[in-house]
Design a protein around this ligand. Structure first.
Ligand SMILES: NC(=O)c1ccc[n+]([C@@H]2O[C@H](COP(=O)([O-])OP(=O)(O)OC[C@H]3O[C@@H](n4cnc5c(N)ncnc54)[C@H](OP(=O)(O)O)[C@@H]3O)[C@@H](O)[C@H]2O)c1
Length: 234
């Protein structure tokens, strides 16, 4: 399977490493400035022979990139976060061009298991009304968005599962080189139940993104990581 990496930054480099370990071919690395990129722009020439593009760039450019890739008929994995208010535009581009598309604010398999745990405990807490909920997320100082896409997703899972909660406060911490920690506390007057996911490094994201590239290869339609996890876990 041939992949193109769109955005040859921190994630782009790790994705290349993981893809090569898995025996995939990285035929194109597209980035306007990064050293080592093979092309500066998305074009029919830079995507020649590509089966799936993996996009990790920045919130303000991801949607335009998706539209360009979709117009060239290539399947896409999008890891860039914070573009979701434009999700309808992206769905249209995917449908109009009949491509396959999968996205997630967090491609880590561990985080997606964590989402399941949060969903289960939130449902359980409908019975135990003494518990309130609060959460925090901590990331490296270079992260451009706050709160993280993953934290917003966790808040949605809680809101969907726990009837008495309309909104969840998220405390964002930006410090050093933290790869990503998400902490959820269910707290009563008597005790605190803490669920925490701590990424040790960025490899987990890349492993999941490459797994998603293999999963979306040859498919058509708009998917999120839940669709892939449902198929894998069932
Ligand atoms: N879903 C997940 O699992 C997950 C995990 C980690 C990170 N992320 C997200 O992924 C995104 C990238 O993260 P990162 O840490 O790799 O950031 P990064 O190191 O800043 O890498 C982004 C790269 O994309 C380049 N770029 C800018 N415009 C481009 C364009 N038009 N076409 C192609 N490349 C372009 C950037 O160049 P410049 O430096 O010149 O701008 C940079 O080299 C962020 O939104 C982050 O939140 C998601």
């Amino acid at each position: 399977m041939n992949i193109a990496i769109i955005g040859y930054g921190k994630m782009g480099h790790i994705i290349e490493e993981i893809a090569l370990e898995k025996g995939l071919k990285v035929v194109s690395k597209i980035d306007p400035v990064a050293e080592g990129a093979t092309h500066k722009e998305i074009s029919s020439e830079s995507l020649k022979g590509v089966d799936v593009c993996i996009e990790f760039t920045a919130p303000d450019i991801a949607v335009e990139n998706v539209k360009k890739i979709a117009a060239l008929g290539k399947n896409i994995v999008v890891g860039t976060t914070a573009w979701y208010e434009r999700i309808e535009e992206v769905k249209d581009a995917v449908e109009d061009n009949k491509i396959g598309f999968i996205y997630s604010p967090n491609f880590s398999v561990g985080v997606n298991i964590f989402f399941r745990l949060i969903k289960d405990i939130s449902g359980m807490m409908n019975t135990f009304k003494d518990y309130g909920v609060n959460m925090s997320e901590a990331h490296h100082i270079h992260k451009k968005d706050a709160p993280s896409g993953t934290a917003k997703k966790i808040a949605d899972v809680i809101k969907n599962g726990l009837d008495r909660v309309d909104d969840v406060d998220i405390k964002s911490i930006r410090e050093g080189e933290i790869p990503g920690t998400h902490t959820v506390n269910f707290e009563s007057y008597a005790d605190v139940i803490t669920l925490e996911h701590r990424a040790k490094n960025r490899k987990g994201f890349a492993i999941g993104a490459v797994m998603a590239a293999e999963w979306i290869n040859g498919k058509k339609g708009f998917y999120s990581i839940e669709d892939m996890m449902d198929e894998i876990i069932k």
